[in-house]
Design a binder for this molecule. Sequence first.
Ligand SMILES: [Zn+2]
Length: 463
Amino acid sequence: MSLDAVLAKIDEALPDATARLLDLLRIPSISTDPAFKADCDRAADWLVDDLISLGFDASKRPTPGHPMVVAHYNPDGATGPHLLFYGHYDVQPVDPLNLWDRDPFDPQIEDTPAGRVIRGRGASDDKGQLMTFLEACRAWKAKHGTLPCRLTIFLEGEEESGSPSLIPFMEENADELRADVALICDTGLFESKTPAIVTMLRGLLGEELTIHGPSKDLHSGMYGGVARNPIRVLSRIIAGLHDENGRITVPGFYDGVPELSDEMRAQWQGLAFDHARFLGDVGLSVPAGEVDRTPLEMIWSRPTCEVNGIWGGYTGDGFKTVLPAEAHAKISFRLVGRQDPFAIRAAFRAYVQANLPADCTVEFKGHGNSPAGQMSVSHPAFEASRAALTDEWGVAAAYVGCGGSIPIAGYFKTYLDMDAMLIGFGKDDDQIHSPNEKYDLESFHKGIRSWARILDRLTKQAK
Ligand SMILES: [Zn+2]
């Protein structure tokens, strides 16, 4: 049976697939609000039933929070890869409700100037996206009578509320969940048009520091000039964190930062990223990072050090000639490659200590830390999936980075020793987490077709 037959089945069954998605979207599975606990449970049940109808051995698994949905398809004599698919069935709260043009849980297909969209909470994040995979499985089953390979489906109901049960569940069920590669559908197309596989995710380290000088606040008429001012000390330390070329000066900071491969650099150049528009949208015009890096490199593959807050002395109305006893700042680092958050924390603290003048002391408070995620694109599933996406969208698919953090991808690596492929079909204007969330019908339709092509490539590759 050919892939074409599966794709034709997907086209023909799109109205049914859309109706099923609308059904799932009607369940208000807001994970953060205890008032919707029963609805989260209902969404999990809905998915278990749907997975059973596809031939999976599916069950709802309790956690201290909302249940996980775990499903297996492992027929006797299955060949090919063992794939795990991850998505989440919980959604963000809907307030402010008055900014919605319709009831967020009465979803509808709407015609817009940009095309048909599915409107409702969760349409894009993540119910629409996760259903692209299940619909691809359904069409495959309809044509072949079986699913393409050994599959594990792992759906979470707490992603929008910090995933408190996720790591313990992964640890307790590691043997059951481990597969060859994880597929995660919770990301988007690059600039709403280029299919993309996210292979780099920046990590994060947060530090807060307080510099102490005099034993109490002083009067600047009495002590100004002779007493050490902690705000000046802090400012000088912060100013020294970058050199004139935009590089971070903390010793050892760039240890573990990989250089971009020529292949990846060429792919990113091919994306023709419009950085003028990107910066123009926020009232800026000139990239401010390392002088010898492109804007995409700065966002995706280079580490940062940013000051997120700074305070001290008198900042109220009027004026007070105070010479403060202390000064504070919050500083965060975005990390890439194999940068070690603990080593950087230690190096940063040593840098600050080394730059403290006489009579000053410093106190540190560490905030979160997570290493960067770097997928090994040498795993053959990556190239096969990229080719499949290129076939479907008619645009060369790209490996991209993600400036923010998507912790789930790192968890698969850390707790299950699996690489994860983040492939999603959301668009920049989907308004996820905001009023009037939507998912383009095109994203849904071509998303389903994309997974069918990926499954086809991955199973053929294994033969
Ligand atoms: Zn999501």
